[in-house]
Design a protein around this ligand. Structure first.
Ligand SMILES: [Zn+2]
Ligand SMILES: [Zn+2]
Length: 342
């Protein structure tokens, strides 16, 4: 939608509503109103090959600090310069503030501690998970205050142009406040979108570059987020981010299938002896569980092997060695983990 269309719609609304209504008269005033209540946004330019943001120390660089590509393109003849690629950042803090400004949502934000019923052996909310409970054990001070915020970070690509272009994808980053009961926090009005990563290509492993402002803000908040986005690519033969090197997979027709889930069962479970699954009994025990600390240590040893040079076409392809497994990067979220170990 263009600014002009938006202006016309707002004008129409203003005209049809009773006199003295408070509908902003133009797009400009609507934006002013939103940023006034803490729902503003920042536009941050990025390298066209996703290696860095023109932000903080790089803000006035004009050229990518990693691959030296220019930040701007010039409209020939005219003075005006246009950023080649930019993303939108919606600061998190004012949005979190707003959740505590109404007594209704503020009590929802304490729901996980005050109203949730813990049913032994059932998993009905992330608060029932081992990860959540483990986190509470490690940070009792954090766990004690029911107002502390637990966020889930999720992302996926979508195509804003529907059938006009099949390959374009934009990547919104969504934060979900898990403090609330699931029937509320899974509603779109409580989803927060701190970042919108532009297309046309999926950011892939370069997503960290775009997460930078968000991570910095979370570090400031230090509320420790705990998450699954590890930096282990979920493609190929060892794709499971929990089983890592032990992922059991098999090619069936053209798809890679992840097999062998019976090994998670108790050693005397009847399914283990059954031949109805893949024709063989399961004798392997449960794979080893990696702790966050172990993964971190392992990645610190591999870190020098990961390349940093975005998608710049001048980059040479490199063969991956076995030790690297499916690790492609040390995910930026580990910075939050390191922070909490210090
Ligand atoms: Zn670059
Ligand atoms: Zn697994």
């Amino acid at each position: 939608m263009t600014d002009k269309t938006m202006n016309m719609i707002l004008q129409l609304m203003k005209d049809v509503l009773p006199k003295d209504n408070l509908v902003p008269s133009s797009f400009y005033w609507a934006r002013k109103l939103l940023s006034g209540i803490g729902l503003g946004y920042k536009k941050i330019d990025a390298c066209r090959y996703d290696c860095a943001l023109f932000w903080k120390e790089n803000e006035h660089d004009n050229f990518c600090p990693v691959c030296n590509e220019p930040q701007w393109k010039y409209n020939d003849g005219k003075e005006k310069r246009i950023p080649i690629k930019s993303m939108w950042y919606f600061p998190l803090k004012p949005r979190l503030h707003r959740l505590f400004m109404s007594s209704k949502t503020a009590s929802d934000m304490r729901w996980h501690a005050e109203k949730r019923i813990d049913v032994e052996g059932s998993l009905s909310h992330p608060a029932d998970s081992i990860a959540w409970k483990d986190f509470d054990k490690q940070y009792p001070d954090f766990a004690r205050d029911p107002r502390n915020i637990r966020l889930d970070l999720a992302t996926d690509g979508f195509n804003p142009f529907g059938n006009m272009s099949t390959s374009y994808s934009m990547w919104p980053i969504i934060l979900i406040p898990y403090n609330m009961p699931l029937y509320k926090c899974m509603k779109d009005e409580f989803f927060m979108m701190p970042l919108l990563i532009p297309g046309p290509l999926a950011p892939g492993k370069d997503i960290d570059v775009y997460l930078r402002p968000l991570i910095d803000e979370l570090k400031e908040l230090w509320n420790g987020v705990e998450t699954n986005l590890l930096g282990w690519t979920t493609k190929g033969y060892s794709a499971c981010p929990c089983c890592l090197y032990e992922t059991d997979s098999k090619r069936i027709r053209s798809k890679i299938c992840y097999m062998g889930h019976r090994r998670y069962l108790d050693n005397d479970h009847p399914f283990r002896k059954s031949k109805l699954f893949d024709g063989k009994p399961e004798t392997r025990s449960k794979p080893r569980e990696w702790t966050g600390e172990e993964v971190l240590l392992h990645l610190n040893n591999l870190e020098h092997k990961f390349d940093k040079l975005g998608k710049n076409p001048s980059k040479r392809k490199r063969k991956r060695d076995i030790e690297e497994g499916n690790w492609v990067k040390k995910c930026i979220l580990f910075e939050l983990l390191e922070l909490s170990y210090n």
